[in-house]
Design a protein around this ligand. Structure first.
Ligand code: PGA
Length: 254
């Protein structure tokens, strides 16, 4: 059965000391969790080993990288590869975040290559999808997101698809303070799950956690997570404040 997940995306924030304190503080809410839950901390590369060491003895916590390269090794100055992440115990990797798509020109085809490498190394992808504002205004968000899934994920067989976490993050809601309404989130998540049933089967569809991302905050998390088709959140800004992210963790379905 799928897990209810609170995933923190720290993006390019925190010094080493801040990262250490934040990770240690977040362990404080571990008593509210059980085996249906998972807290994933997607931290900057330099802190992956440290944060992994801090959380790994707690079965409900994992670390994630925020990206990785689409090749295994070679002359790619400044890049980080799947085998490197695997060798330091990283369990998840965010792939296809809209900031990478926009700022680094990542295409659905490139993200597909990264998905395959993550699978090869047993790293679970947190696959981000979501439409820009103009697509939402034209009412074409369903087709847009379906195309992202089709071009980057649906070549996987069912066994591999079960390892994927999907994060629906409407771009117009990321870092803007503008959250999707409960109805907008529920509608998209329901559609993604229906598509998974059609493409695979009920068993696969019910194994994939579908997270909502985009201005999830301490005061709206619980309402969003209570949508029947929403299995948790991918949280940027509010994940940098321990008290706020703790509240978000507590908002996971019980
Ligand atoms: P936000 O970011 O919570 O700050 O909107 C979410 C994300 O980019 O994953």
């Amino acid at each position: 059965m799928r897990k209810f997940i609170a995933a923190a995306n720290w993006k390019m924030n925190c010094t080493k000391e801040q990262a250490k304190t934040l990770a240690e503080d977040l362990l404080a809410v571990s008593h509210t969790l059980d085996k249906r839950h998972r807290v994933i901390l997607a931290v900057p590369y330099p802190y992956l080993i440290m944060v992994h060491d801090i959380v790994h003895s707690n079965e409900y916590y994992s670390v994630a990288a925020q990206n990785m390269h689409h090749e295994k090794f070679g002359a790619y100055t400044g890049e980080v590869s799947a085998p490197m992440l695997k060798s330091i115990g990283v369990e998840y990797v965010i792939l296809g975040h809209s900031e990478r798509r926009e700022q680094h020109g990542e295409t659905n085809a490139l993200i597909r290559q990264k998905i395959d490498l993550a699978m090869e190394y047993g790293i679970k992808p947190i696959f981000c999808c979501g439409e820009p504002l103009e697509v939402r205004e034209r009412g074409e968000q369903n087709e847009y997101v379906m195309n992202q899934l089709q071009e980057s994920l649906f070549h996987l067989d069912g066994a591999h698809m079960k390892k994927v976490v999907i994060a629906y993050e409407p771009i117009w809601a990321i870092g803007t303070g503008k959250t999707a309404t409960i109805d907008q989130a529920q509608e998209m998540h329901f559609m993604i799950r229906s598509k998974l049933i059609k493409q695979y089967d009920e068993n696969v569809a019910n194994s994939v956690s579908i997270l909502y991302g985009g201005s999830v905050k301490a005061d709206n998390a619980e309402a969003l997570f209570n949508c029947p088709s929403v299995d948790g959140g991918l949280v940027g800004g509010a994940s940098l404040i321990a008290a706020d992210f703790e509240k978000i963790i507590e908002g996971l379905k019980r």
